[in-house]
Design a protein around this ligand. Structure first.
Ligand code: FE2
Length: 283
């Protein structure tokens, strides 16, 4: 399934595999003035390439290595012949995608075929626009966002996803997440173009809410851990239980990985910036 929505100069695409006619997970990617930001999952490849052939795509940039964002890079290279730019760590994964990803990833997105890309520079142009490339890490080691300062648009890949998320994929890093969010909040974005939720208003307010929600959880976990509680006891005390998706994802996405990352980064919470007052929000 692929749906297209026009937001003025930005075109949004919303892709999903469907099962019995029902979409199971949405991935959004965007087009601005010749620039395609992410490519959608490979399971939607036929619809994606048909849609993109109707647009004047000049180049592609990628937010991060996950296959729902890089899934159509190979096809776009072959069919459109346009250059693709990405973080060096993204390029390495694209050149040699893992074949041992969990079943849920194969079902929801499909595997990304091998593809080539060039290192992205600090500024990416899209016609009259210049977008700043902001490395955040956190969600994945290579994660970057693209910020257009004139309209304060933030193409934020999977760094936002929602305000009250409690599940982490294996390998996500809470300290990098919080540092990355601080960096993005300082830009005072007005509009988020999110990989999961599409176009969102009140961008800075949403990022601050997410930051503060996680900061509260981090301190609750820190206190419980320092009081001698086990990780299982901490999950019960903070969340009640593990999330259902933990079992569906072959134990690769769950609350335990957020707890693990907080415990691995306890020293960060001694020196990291504290909660951000909501009154500092720009919009
Ligand atoms: Fe992702």
């Amino acid at each position: 399934m692929l749906r297209r929505t026009n937001y003025g100069e930005v075109t949004g695409f919303k892709a999903s595999r469907t099962i019995l006619g029902r979409p199971i997970y949405f991935t959004h990617f965007f087009f601005l003035n010749g620039l395609l930001i992410d490519t959608g999952p490979h399971c939607s490849s036929k619809e994606v390439i048909t849609a993109l052939k109707k647009l004047p795509v000049e180049k592609v940039v990628i937010t991060h290595q996950h296959e729902d964002h890089t899934g159509n890079c190979s096809l776009i290279s072959e069919e459109l012949g346009v250059p693709i730019y990405a973080h060096p760590a993204t390029i390495r994964v694209m050149a040699d995608p893992p074949d041992n990803i969990e079943i849920y990833r194969k079902v929801m997105w499909g595997m990304a075929p091998r593809a080539g890309a060039n290192p992205v520079s600090r500024i990416v142009t899209a016609g009259c626009y210049s977008l700043e490339v902001i490395h955040t890490g956190g969600h994945s080691i290579d994660h970057v966002c693209y910020f257009e300062p004139h309209n304060r648009w933030l193409f934020c890949g999977d760094i936002y996803l929602g305000e009250n998320l409690t599940g982490f994929m294996v390998g996500e890093n809470i300290a990098e997440h919080l540092t990355g969010l601080q960096r993005l909040i300082a830009l005072e974005p007005k509009i988020l173009f999110c990989g999961l939720k599409g176009r969102l208003t009140n961008g800075t307010k949403k990022l601050i809410s997410k930051y503060n929600y996680w900061w509260d959880i981090c301190f609750r976990v820190k206190k419980l851990f320092e009081a001698g509680k086990s990780r299982r006891e901490i999950i019960t005390a903070v969340f009640g239980s593990e999330m259902f998706f933990y079992y569906f994802s072959q134990s690769s996405w769950g609350r335990r990985y957020l707890i693990d990352s907080i415990i691995e980064n306890l020293d960060y919470f001694e020196t990291g910036q504290k909660k951000i007052p909501q009154e500092t929000q720009f919009s």
